[in-house]
Design a protein around this ligand. Structure first.
Ligand SMILES: Nc1nc2c(c(=O)[nH]1)N[C@H]1C(S)=C(S)[C@@H](COP(=O)(O)OP(=O)(O)OC[C@H]3O[C@@H](n4cnc5c(=O)[nH]c(N)nc54)[C@H](O)[C@@H]3O)O[C@H]1N2
Ligand SMILES: Nc1nc2c(c(=O)[nH]1)N[C@H]1C(S)=C(S)[C@@H](COP(=O)(O)OP(=O)(O)OC[C@H]3O[C@@H](n4cnc5c(=O)[nH]c(N)nc54)[C@H](O)[C@@H]3O)O[C@H]1N2
Ligand code: SF4
Ligand SMILES: [Mo]
Length: 699
């Protein structure tokens, strides 16, 4: 008899309320569950395909050990006990011979086991863990929000007052959904009359529902934001009362943006001055306004100042902590016990890249992690010290880290590579040990939404078991016990319950379809000011000044651009951006699911009609896209919904159907074209994934 169970989808960063139907121990159906303000009774195609993903014949279901040469993709099954004993033995040897910092950990973006990986790294004694987002995703937005407003803000889609204006900046939430907020409330707000403005080189799914589309040259967002800041100040559109009472550094900011005239801005960004002015006016005056910013702001080496340039707009217009504007989250539950104190300061000082990129890896970083290019460099060269082993938990760096060839060479140089995943990915095919990971209906978990500003908490519990798959936390704990690490063996439910105590619920209560979501609070600043050291919104950031970074936002052209590298631009005249999200796939996953692949069979390169025509390219042609780093094959999509002179490429592509050893991971992967080299953002070490140069030709 099939049984239905309330659960929470974890197919992406989101947490859509779901019903899971189990029959004969297998998940046979997933469908949306009503009652959550986040998914409003809807789910996306990825979440609905969970049963197909779980039961896929290629699913990893037993631990594997490599046989033959690394990279051939030949493995044989081993028992959990054998694989864990073998890995623990190797880790112990590395720890004794070269110090714990010679072992690195990596994980994918925002997965359920996120903090447990950090906990393992801390207790093992290595400062070297990474995630391919962080420097290029979310950490800059969080850090800048903390420095500028004293907390992370998200759009208030959930209160009684709807937003009148929503400014989507390098962000396509109708597709990318749960990054700070969910697609469904955004759609609802637009349908209810909020007027949207989209800053995007593509007329994205979100831009198509907006009143204004500002087509911007990739990588130039700081120039647009500074131009808007100047317009808002000089036209007198700023919120005088809020600026006078609640901000610091208005005069300094005004002086810093004085040169950012509409003509200056248009020249750099390609956005017509009239459109820029109209967008600035509406965002400032047609309040309350939400500014929904996306990852595009962070995937360039001027990341800190780009995010800051956009951040100050909220302060100038007073769209902060007001109903229908951007609001602070409430910390509902306790922090995950990552046992940071277990990592001694001398070990922290060894974190690769931390000394240079203080807001990524240093003592003041929000969640200190290693700098990927520096870490991968150490794997290849042994400098500044050898990194001998890498343990990956739901991360496919061959597809998702910049410069795929560099990644391949780095992974090949390791003495030990362990990969835990759902499928044998191109990265897993290079591993010595491959560990079969549970999917969300097979796991226990606690989720806070929206991300980082947790205003709601849910939980879900294990409803099924596939093969010998294990939840990552259990794998890490098994290793921790074998290695005698602090905190090893602490039951996961104890961790969950300790965290949930401030919310007054237990895991068991919450996992039955419950939710904790207190009503929003607003204008806390009126009594207490903001939670920055000066109690003000820091338009001029004293915190950044103290760390030696520019306290005022500024623009720099992308280092690979017609302005900064005219020689390169002669051979590669198009502006390259990569990775605009697609509903069917989460980064590199999902390509083996037939229903998803049927909807989106090929990697696409989007081009404008004029850009395509002069190259003799028609819609649907296969094309070669080249950058100074290499070339990839994509299918051209010719559309008026992209700025001319720009190529926007899908990322994360490989071809699981071709089998291990033949996945084609360098054939159509956007990251063959991107660069993991310097210059990096001085604070976060970010590299450039959007706003590079390329050329496209018909195959
Ligand atoms: N060119 C380019 N590159 C990019 C980006 C871009 O825009 N352009 N975006 C960057 C950004 S913002 C990010 S965050 C990164 C993401 O980079 P990653 O996190 O590496 O990307 P994914 O492909 O989502 O995840 C890698 C693997 O995790 C597995 N997986 C999924 N869920 C789970 C789970 O619950 N447990 C386990 N064990 N495994 C799981 C999937 O099967 C997949 O093989 O990519 C970055 N790379
Ligand atoms: N379905 C699905 N959802 C996802 C993911 C996924 O892989 N699949 N990934 C998740 C992750 S880790 C992240 S970080 C988020 C990211 O989600 P978003 O922040 O929404 O980012 P993207 O969809 O990558 O890009 C948003 C828009 O930015 C535009 N863009 C490209 N370059 C530039 C630029 O230089 N400037 C500006 N202003 N715009 C530019 C693109 O055309 C695109 O429409 O999505 C999350 N959600
Ligand atoms: S948006 Fe994310 S959480 Fe919601 S159904 Fe899709 S994959 Fe699942
Ligand atoms: Mo991300």
């Amino acid at each position: 008899m099939p049984t239905n169970h309330p659960s929470i989808c974890r197919g992406c960063h989101g947490g859509c309320a779901a019903w899971v139907t189990v029959d004969g121990g297998r998940v046979v159906r997933v469908r949306p569950r009503a009652g959550s303000p986040f998914n409003l009774g809807h789910m996306c195609v990825k979440g609905l395909s969970a049963p197909a993903m779980m039961a896929h014949p290629d699913r990893l279901t037993v631990p594997l050990k490599r046989v033959g040469e690394r990279g051939q993709g030949c493995f044989e099954p081993v028992s959990w006990d054998e694989v864990m004993a073998a890995i623990a033995g190797r880790l112990d040897a590395f720890r004794r011979e070269s110090g714990p910092h010679s072992v690195a950990l990596g994980q994918g973006t925002g997965r359920p086991h996120y903090f447990h990986v950090i906990r393992f790294a801390n207790t093992f004694g290595t400062p070297n863990w990474y995630e391919p987002g962080l420097a290029n995703c979310f950490i800059p937005r969080i850090t800048v929000s903390n420095l500028t407003y004293g907390g992370f803000v998200v759009g208030d889609y959930y209160g009684d007052t709807p937003p009148r204006t929503i400014l989507f900046w390098g962000h396509n939430p109708l597709v990318s959904g749960p990054d700070g907020e969910l697609a469904f409330p955004v759609k609802k707000a637009l349908a209810a009359g909020a007027r949207g403005i989209a800053v995007d080189p593509r007329r994205s799914e979100t831009a198509q529902r907006c009143d204004l589309w500002l087509p911007i040259r990739p990588g130039t967002d700081a120039a647009l934001a500074l131009g808007m800041a100047r317009a808002i100040i000089e036209e007198g559109w700023y919120d005088r009362e809020f600026v006078a009472a609640q901000t610091l550094g208005f005069d300094e900011l005004r002086a810093a943006v004085a040169h950012c005239t509409p003509a200056w801005t248009e020249e750099r960004t390609g956005v017509p001055a009239g459109l820029m002015l109209e967008a600035a006016r509406r965002y400032a005056l047609d309040k309350p306004s939400i500014l929904d910013w996306g990852v595009s702001l962070e995937q360039n080496p001027n990341c800190l100042q780009t995010v800051r340039a956009v951040a100050v707009l909220r302060g100038l217009t007073g769209n902060l902590d007001i109903p229908g504007g951007d609001v602070f989250g409430t910390e509902l539950i306790g922090a995950y016990p990552v046992l940071r104190q277990a990592l001694p300061p001398e070990a922290q000082a060894l974190r690769l890249g931390a000394e240079r990129f203080k807001l990524l890896g240093g003592f003041r970083a929000f969640m200190p992690s290693a700098h990927i290019p520096t870490l991968f460099g150490a794997m290849r060269t042994g400098q500044p010290y050898p990194v001998r082993a890498l343990l990956l938990f739901g991360n496919n760096p061959l597809a998702t880290v910049a410069d795929s060839r560099m990644v391949l060479n780095s992974l090949k140089a390791l003495e030990l590579l362990v990969v835990a995943d759902h499928f044998l990915t191109p990265t897993a095919a290079l591993a010595d040990y491959v560990l079969p990971a549970a999917m969300w209906p097979e796991m226990d978990g606690v989720i806070e939404l929206p991300l980082v500003a947790p205003r709601a908490v849910f939980a879900h519990r294990q409803l099924a078991q596939t093969g010998q798959c294990r939840q990552i936390e259990a794998m890490l704990d098994d290793l921790a016990v074998r290695l005698g690490l602090p905190g090893a063996g602490e039951p996961l439910h104890d961790i969950f319950n300790a965290r949930l105590r401030p919310a007054g619920v237990t895991f068991a209560e919450l996992a039955n379809g419950g939710m904790v979501m207190p009503p929003p609070t607003y204008r806390r600043f009126a009594e207490k000011g903001f939670r920055t050291p000066t109690r003000k919104v820091e338009l001029f950031s004293k915190g950044l000044a103290r760390l030696g970074y520019d306290p005022l936002p500024s623009y720099a052209p992308p280092p690979e651009s017609p302005e900064a590298s005219p020689e390169t631009a002669r051979d590669y005249p198009l502006i390259l951006t990569t990775g605009a999200r697609r509903s069917e796939y989460f980064h590199s996953d999902g390509r083996q699911i037939a229903s998803l692949r049927a909807r989106r069979p090929d990697p696409l390169a989007e081009l404008g009609p004029a850009t395509a025509a002069v190259r003799g390219i028609s819609d649907g042609d296969w094309v070669r896209v080249q950058s100074p780093r290499g070339q990839v094959r994509m299918r051209a999509r010719v559309t008026p919904d992209i700025m001319e002179g720009v190529a926007s490429l899908d990322h994360g592509w490989w071809f699981p159907e071709r089998g291990p050893g033949n996945f084609g991971e360098l054939e159509s992967a956007a990251n063959v074209l991107t660069s993991a080299g310097p210059p990096y953002d001085p604070a976060f070490g970010s590299y450039q994934l959007r706003g590079l140069l390329c050329e496209v030709e018909k195959e």
